[in-house]
Design a protein around this ligand. Structure first.
Ligand code: MG
Length: 358
């Protein structure tokens, strides 16, 4: 997943997700504007170590990080490390080297270390800010302590095995957070009312989706019918002969062996096209963005489409038998006519029934 930077609007995040939501995300620590934090009334910066200040297990600080810490001290910020590290000797070396206080106690997301830091620096939770690379420890712990959290992208992919497991959950949380944050993703605001399209907009979009589904349906159908080879012969001829021989009750009416395949091939190609249509018509043609009622809509859509598919198979088979000429030509023509007829059935059904807004 691509990491995005920007300010999170926490009021747009639901109560379940809010404890995991930072106030902002940055690609790295030195990008954080210290003057802005100071102007916002922040006086204490709480810092994670691994993959925030320095690489996991590392002690080589970049000039940018050292410069940023120096600037923070000069501005008058209190700085305090809160680390989940299992190596207290290394933490002591780091704190000593940077000239920063370090606290080690119950692991984040426990509130313990945050509370100890607030007490020690005599600041209120709203005067502090936590900077860390992990949603499930740094950000969650801060939010639980009523402290704003800034999430920074990890410095390196090298990580403690437990952290790697946390990252799996983190990815899921981030997907949801990003979805709920149009400011960052540049997506339409989900809180805004869904736009009401006119029937003409819907019809034109339905037509575009229809063309794409038709291309899928027709392409697959003709590829199977006309081009697919089978042991040196055409698949349709071999398969048609097998159908006529194996299921005489069903296929004996068809004098041409190749044409006996039509109902089977058509069922397959049209089913793929149906899935394409559901996705795009729901989201784009009829503008349904929320997942509400998706199950019911899908059941109705499938029922409509299966009925439509029935019409499609029936029409194609009938027209292919009626239309004279070479089997290739009559099958192609029959497929086009049937698709157009079924499109009217589908549009009406979707608009008035499956995707009708209550
Ligand atoms: Mg970390």
């Amino acid at each position: 997943m691509r990491q995005r930077a920007g300010a999170f609007d926490r009021s747009q995040v639901g109560p379940t997700l809010r404890p995991f939501c930072p106030v902002a995300a940055y690609h790295s620590l030195p990008e954080i504007r210290l003057e802005t934090l100071w102007a916002e009334g922040k006086r204490l910066i709480l810092l994670d170590v691994d993959n925030t200040l320095v690489e996991w297990r590392g002690e080589d600080f970049t000039q940018e990080v050292l410069g940023w810490l120096e600037e923070a001290k000069q501005l008058g910020f209190g700085l305090c490390i809160l680390s989940n590290t299992r190596n207290p000797a290394r933490l002591a070396r780091i704190a000593d080297r940077l000239g920063i206080r370090a606290i080690q106690d119950r692991f984040k997301p426990s509130r313990r270390m945050y509370m100890l830091a607030l007490k020690e620096f005599s600041v209120e939770p709203e005067q502090a800010v936590m900077v860390g690379d992990q949603i499930l420890t740094d950000v969650l712990g801060a939010n639980r302590s009523k402290i704003e959290a800034i999430w920074v992208h990890r410095i390196s992919r090298r990580e403690f095995v437990g952290t790697r497991l946390n990252r799996i959950v983190e990815r899921g949380v981030l997907t949801l957070l990003y979805r709920a944050l149009p400011v960052m993703a540049g997506l339409p605001d989900p809180a805004a009312p869904e736009e009401e399209q006119t029937i003409w907009t819907q019809l034109s979009r339905f037509a575009v989706v229809g063309v794409s589904s038709f291309a899928i349906d027709f392409g697959i159908f003709m590829a199977l019918f006309k081009y697919a080879p089978w042991h040196g012969a055409l698949l349709s001829q071999e398969f048609g002969a097998w159908l006529k021989h194996g299921f005489p009750v069903l296929f004996a009416y068809q004098s041409d062996a190749q044409k006996a395949c039509i109902p089977v091939f058509k069922t397959f190609s049209a089913s793929i096209a149906i899935l394409n249509s559901f996705y795009w018509n729901r989201r784009w043609t009829f503008g349904i963005k929320s997942s509400e009622e998706r199950g019911r809509q899908f059941r109705r859509f499938v029922l409509l489409s299966v009925t439509g598919l029935g019409w499609n198979v029936l029409f194609t088979t009938i027209f292919a038998s009626i239309i004279p000429g070479h089997p290739n030509r009559s099958a192609a023509f029959a497929s086009v006519v049937a698709t157009v007829l079924v499109a009217f059935w589908n549009f009406g059904g979707q608009r008035l029934w499956a995707f009708r807004k209550s």
